[in-house]
Design a protein around this ligand. Structure first.
Ligand SMILES: Cc1cc2nc3c(=O)[nH]c(=O)nc-3n(C[C@H](O)[C@H](O)[C@H](O)COP(=O)(O)O)c2cc1C
Length: 191
């Protein structure tokens, strides 16, 4: 890939401060260090309305400005990092709602890395959901616990040597997959 890959990150938590957000930010720093252009869709600063099936498949025609901007950013990204805390044994509704606003045309063949806080259920469930959007999910994934962070009452900071090492591998794999999917050859038909 000639240009820097652009990675869009979404933390599926509107809690402030948020462990999940601290986690995706730690991933973002490593991705940037490895040459990626990273941006974050902040669901607090740019909230998204409840997905209206009337606009399924046509997010660019949505009346809400944020949805149209979100759809554009997802479309322009080469890869994604999705994160969520465990909510009732799964990932959060705000993240599902964001995904429901877009579809296969925005995600197809773009690698996704998954991270979670407080359990692995968001990882398992998001893997299935992203499969249905045609997005390949990398094998590395990260699940953190409270003890992996410092700054409990302020803005959390991922601060566990083993998890940070895993973040490095995760970021490298995501960028390798971007390369792999960018150069994927169209098979020549056998005559
Ligand atoms: C609606 C809701 C459901 C939750 N369900 C679970 C759960 O099933 N299991 C669990 O361990 N924690 C659960 N939690 C706790 C969150 O996972 C926990 O507060 C987490 O730290 C939030 O991450 P964040 O700081 O990124 O928002 C739930 C919290 C909320 C608000």
């Amino acid at each position: 890939m000639r240009n820097s890959p652009s990675v869009l990150m979404i933390a599926g938590s509107i809690r402030r401060p948020s462990y999940t957000r601290a986690l995706i930010r730690a991933v973002g720093e490593v991705l940037e260090r490895n040459g990626a252009d990273v941006c974050e869709w902040d669901l607090v600063k740019n909230p998204l309305p409840i997905a209206d099936p009337e606009y399924d498949g046509i997010p660019h025609e949505y009346p809400d400005d944020n949805v149209r901007l979100f759809a554009k950013m997802v479309e322009q990204a080469n890869a994604f990092v999705l994160g969520s805390p465990v909510y009732h044994n799964s990932y959060t509704g705000v993240l599902k709602n964001a995904l429901d606003l877009v579809g296969d045309p925005q995600f197809e063949n773009k690698p996704v890395g998954l991270v979670a806080h407080k359990g692995v259920q968001p990882l398992d469930h998001l893997r299935i959901v992203m499969r249905s959007l045609g997005a390949p999910v990398i094998t590395a994934q990260i699940a953190t616990l409270r003890d992996h962070y410092t700054g409990r009452e302020g803005d959390y900071q991922l601060n566990d040597a083993r998890v940070l090492q895993r973040v490095e591998l995760f970021a490298q794999e995501l960028l390798e997959w971007v390369e792999r999917f960018a150069v994927r050859e169209i098979p020549v038909p056998i005559r």
